[in-house]
Design a protein. Structure first.
Length: 115
């Protein structure tokens, strides 16, 4: 596994990256960085942790709203034989995302609600 250095909202991170996955990981980092910087630049939130949680929720919401494209089903043995990654499975349901928001609000407690 390769290690790559990335920057998210001005902070450096060293991440493990599977062979051949560097481009996809860098694109994911870029999306997270754009989302977090946009939230920070809006001036409504200052705490890095809250910005990260809100960015994660925004990106998860985008994934949930995206029409699901059927992925070819590949068994673990087929994936090993062809060096193809196995499918990630279905995206979380909107109800599941709502439950996550409720749990985060509960944990944040007196800090107030995210949304």
């Amino acid at each position: 596994m390769k290690q790559i250095e990335v920057s998210i909202m001005g902070q450096s991170y060293r991440l493990g990256c599977p062979d051949g996955g560097e481009e996809r990981l860098r694109e994911a980092v870029s999306q997270v960085d754009r989302e977090m910087c946009a939230i920070r630049d809006s001036g409504k939130l200052k705490a890095r942790e809250r910005i990260a949680v809100l960015a994660a929720l925004n990106l998860a919401y985008i994934l949930v709203e995206r029409p699901a494209a059927p992925a070819p089903m590949v068994t673990s043995r087929e994936a090993e034989a062809t060096n193809e990654p196995s499918p990630l499975g279905p995206l979380p349901s909107p109800e599941y995302v709502d439950q996550l928001v409720a749990r985060i609000d509960q944990v944040l407690g007196q800090d107030g609600h995210l949304i």
